[in-house]
Write a protein that binds this ligand. Structure first.
Ligand code: SF4
Ligand code: SF4
Length: 97
């Protein structure tokens, strides 16, 4: 039998509630992203907000899942991410312990 890991990131993410904004608070420069070799944003984000779309040659940004930790902004080597907090009363609204 497989035991549930209560400390897994997947489990922690289920305890977070969001009030999604209609507008993104994460804008990227797609030209810079096309030329980015390692795309660290796709690996550092705990909520898997970023993913590279090879077919369309663009970075997908699922801003609705953002935990507002700021890690992507720090690791982006080209300062491609225009990062701001979601609009008032939007974004992460409750974190259960
Ligand atoms: S790390 Fe920065 S430049 Fe590279 S893909 Fe991510 S957002 Fe784009
Ligand atoms: S701020 Fe954190 S959770 Fe939000 S997109 Fe960046 S790395 Fe992901």
């Amino acid at each position: 039998m497989t035991q549930r890991d209560d400390n897994s990131i997947e489990n922690k993410l289920t305890s977070i509630k969001y009030n999604c904004s209609k507008n993104t608070h994460l804008r990227v420069n797609q030209e810079m992203c096309r030329n980015c070799q390692k795309r660290p944003c796709c690996y550092i984000c705990p909520a898997k907000v970023y993913s590279w779309d090879d077919t369309q040659s663009k970075l997908n940004v699922e801003y609705e899942n953002c935990l507002e930790c700021g890690a992507c902004k720090v690791v982006c080597p080209f300062k491609s991410i225009d990062w701001e907090y979601p609009n008032a009363s939007c974004g992460v609204i409750l974190k259960n312990s």
